[in-house]
Design a protein around this ligand. Structure first.
Ligand code: F6P
Length: 377
C-alpha cells in the first residue's frame, strides 16, 4: 500500500461450509470498508478461485442482508494450494497465487476456514503474502481457539434431533442411534449428546466396546426404560477399529519414500473404507446384544445448512471486526482466535497442522459420567 491509497484486501471462504461464514464476511467487510476505509474483493470458491483469479468487488451493498444467511455467498472448495489437480496433473499453485496477489495489488488476504485452511494460509504466508485466518467449522476442532463459528448452530440442530428421536424411541421401545458429524473429533456429539440427554455418547477420543454400550442399555431396560438414544460421532470407533486406524495412520507418518507413502495411504483408505457404515454395524450388534430393535438416523448435512444461531453471528462478527483491526495495524500471519469474550492473534505457525481433540479429562466428559451417560468404555 502506498500512502493515501486505501488498502486492498482479498477474502475467501474455504473447506466445508458452516453457518456463520456470511456473518464473518460481513463482519470483516463492514469494519474494513466502513471503519478502516479499505477496498475489498471476494475470491470465488475458496482456493480454487484464488488460483484462477476469479473474484468480485465487495461493497456495502454486497455485504448487506447476508448476516442471517447460511452457506457462503462466495462459494467454497476443499483444494490444497500446494497440491492441486490442474489439467490432470498435481501441481504446486503457490507461485500462481503469489502472482495473482501481486497483479491485483493486494495488501492482505483473509482466509475463513478450518484446519486445512490454516495449512494453506501458512504456505501462502511462507511465500510472503500477508494472510490472516478466521476459524470456522461445525467440528470445533481447530487448535488454538476456544471455539469456531458454526459449532453453536450445529450443536442446536443436533440437539434438536436428539430431542426429537426420544419420543419415537420411547413409543417403539427401540434403540435409536443418531450419527452426528465432527470428522475425527467428538465435540459436536458430546455437546449435543449432553444437551439432548442422550443415554450413551460415543466419540472418537473414547473408543467403545459393544458390550459396554449394550450393558448401559440393558441396565436402563432393567430399570424400566425400554428405549435408549445413542449419540454416535461419525468418527467414533470400537476399540479394534480404532487400533487398526491408528496403526494405518502411523504407517503413513513413518513412510520415507514416495512409493512407501503411496502404499501407506492406499492401506489407510482401505481401512477407512472397511469402517464406513460403522453406525449401522453397531445397531445390528446392539440388537443382538440387547434384544431391542435398533434404528439409525444420520444427521448429515442438515447440521451445516441454514441460518446461523445468534451465538455464531456474534462470534463471526466480532472475529471479523478484530481481523480488520489487525489488517489496519499491518499485522499478518495469525489466526484470529476466540478467547473468552475477546479475541487473540494466534501465530499460524502454532496452529497449522494441529487438531483440537476432546481431552479425556475434559469437563464435558466428566459431566457426562457424573450424570450417568454411558461413554462406551
Ligand atoms: O469439517 C466439517 C465437516 O462437515 C465434517 O463434520 C464432515 O466430516 C465433513 O465436513 C464432510 O465433508 P464433505 O463436505 O467434504 O462431505
Amino acid at each position: 500500500m502506498t500512502n493515501g491509497t486505501p488498502k486492498r484486501i482479498g477474502i475467501l471462504t474455504a473447506g466445508g461450509d458452516s453457518p456463520g461464514l456470511n456473518a464473518a464476511i460481513r463482519g470483516f467487510g463492514k469494519a474494513a470498508i466502513g471503519y478502516h476505509g479499505m477496498e475489498l474483493i471476494g475470491f470465488r470458491d475458496g482456493i480454487t478461485g484464488l488460483v484462477q483469479n476469479r473474484y468480485e468487488h465487495l461493497d456495502g451493498k454486497a455485504l448487506s442482508g447476508i448476516l442471517t444467511i447460511g452457506g457462503t455467498i462466495l462459494g467454497t472448495s476443499r483444494d490444497k494450494v500446494h497440491r492441486m489437480t490442474v489439467d490432470g496433473e498435481v501441481r504446486d499453485m503457490v507461485p500462481t497465487v503469489v502472482e495473482n496477489y501481486e497483479r491485483e495489488g493486494l495488501d492482505g488476504l483473509i482466509l475463513i476456514g478450518g484446519g486445512g485452511t490454516a495449512k494453506n494460509a501458512m504456505r501462502l504466508h511462507d511465500a510472503g503474502l500477508n494472510v490472516l485466518t478466521l476459524p470456522k467449522t461445525i467440528d470445533n476442532d481447530i487448535w488454538g481457539t476456544d471455539t469456531s463459528f458454526g459449532f453453536a448452530t450445529a450443536t442446536e440442530i443436533a440437539t434438536e434431533a436428539i430431542d426429537r428421536v426420544h419420543s419415537t424411541a420411547h413409543s417403539h421401545h427401540r434403540i435409536i442411534l443418531t450419527e452426528v458429524m465432527g470428522h475425527r473429533a467428538g465435540w459436536l456429539t458430546l455437546a449435543a449428546g449432553l444437551a439432548g440427554g442422550a443415554d450413551v455418547i460415543l466419540i472418537p477420543e473414547i473408543p467403545y466396546t459393544v458390550e459396554s454400550v449394550a450393558e448401559t442399555i440393558r441396565t436402563r431396560t432393567a430399570r424400566g426404560s425400554t428405549f435408549s438414544v445413542v449419540a454416535v460421532a461419525e468418527g467414533a470407533r470400537d476399540v479394534d477399529d480404532t487400533a487398526d486406524y491408528e496403526a494405518a495412520q502411523l504407517l503413513v507418518k513413518a513412510a520415507k519414500t514416495p512409493e512407501a507413502r503411496r502404499a501407506a495411504r492406499t492401506h489407510l483408505a482401505h481401512v477407512e473404507d472397511n469402517q464406513r457404515e460403522h453406525t449401522f454395524r453397531l445397531a445390528r450388534e446392539l440388537e443382538a446384544a440387547t434384544g431391542l430393535e435398533a434404528r439409525v438416523t444420520i444427521l448429515g448435512y442438515v447440521q451445516r445448512g441454514g441460518a446461523p444461531c445468534a451465538a455464531d453471528r456474534l462470534l463471526a462478527t466480532r472475529l471479523g471486526a478484530a481481523a480488520a483491526e489487525l489488517v489496519a495495524a499491518g499485522e499478518c500471519g495469525y489466526m484470529v482466535a476466540a478467547r473468552g469474550e475477546g479475541t487473540e492473534a494466534m501465530p499460524l505457525s502454532e496452529v497449522a497442522g494441529k487438531i483440537k481433540y476432546v481431552p479425556q479429562d475434559h469437563d464435558w466428559v466428566a459431566a457426562a459420567r457424573k450424570v450417568g451417560t454411558g461413554l462406551g468404555d
